[in-house]
Design a protein around this ligand. Structure first.
Ligand SMILES: NC(=O)c1ccc[n+]([C@@H]2O[C@H](COP(=O)([O-])OP(=O)(O)OC[C@H]3O[C@@H](n4cnc5c(N)ncnc54)[C@H](OP(=O)(O)O)[C@@H]3O)[C@@H](O)[C@H]2O)c1
Length: 140
């Protein structure tokens, strides 16, 4: 079955979506301004073939990411690795973008802190659509 999330990503603003179980991304010949890999399975050649520049956000394994960055050390292709840093300033910017409707947030499930093990089990299945939230004040 082709990826169930194609309609979902279109509903939150994507103009086009490619189902990873329908199209082999390592053979895809699209041309894009920037490639942001949020899953972490792209090869160095994929970034170069499809993008003018690239950002590694996700990683399937540390060795895969190191291998991509190692290849890039011998290439002029503009590829960087991004690591999120939680700080007040960035969170305030994100909050204002959400408030203004410039970012659409999808929360799949909210867990009270008493069910943290269940939340972790759910996240570890790596099938989350959007984000999972845990709340600490036990108001649920
Ligand atoms: N750089 C940073 O600072 C940072 C911070 C947080 C997380 N990360 C990394 O970012 C990645 C994503 O994390 P996450 O928390 O969003 O959750 P996740 O559980 O890793 O991602 C789940 C999503 O990935 C999709 N997916 C699974 N296989 C895929 C593939 N081959 N190609 C494209 N999409 C695929 C799933 O879709 P289906 O259900 O349809 O399969 C699901 O929507 C992870 O690698 C994580 O380590 C990086």
């Amino acid at each position: 079955m082709f990826n169930k999330n194609v309609d979902f990503v279109k509903s939150i603003g994507a103009d086009n979506a490619i189902a990873y179980d329908n199209v082999n991304i390592h053979e895809h010949n699209g041309n894009y301004d920037v490639i942001i890999d949020t899953h972490g399975n792209l090869k160095h050649a994929d970034y170069k073939r499809m993008g003018k520049r690239g950002v590694i956000v996700g990683f399937t394994s540390m060795s895969h990411m190191v291998s991509v960055l190692f290849k890039n050390a011998f290439s002029k292709f503009p590829l960087t690795q991004f690591t999120a840093e939680a700080n007040t300033q960035d969170l305030e910017i994100l909050a204002s973008l959400v408030k203004d409707g410039k970012i659409k947030v999808h929360i799949e499930k909210i867990y009270p802190y008493t069910q943290i093990p269940d939340a972790i089990t759910h996240i570890e299945k790596m099938r989350t659509r959007g984000k999972v939230v845990m709340v600490w004040n036990n108001t649920l």
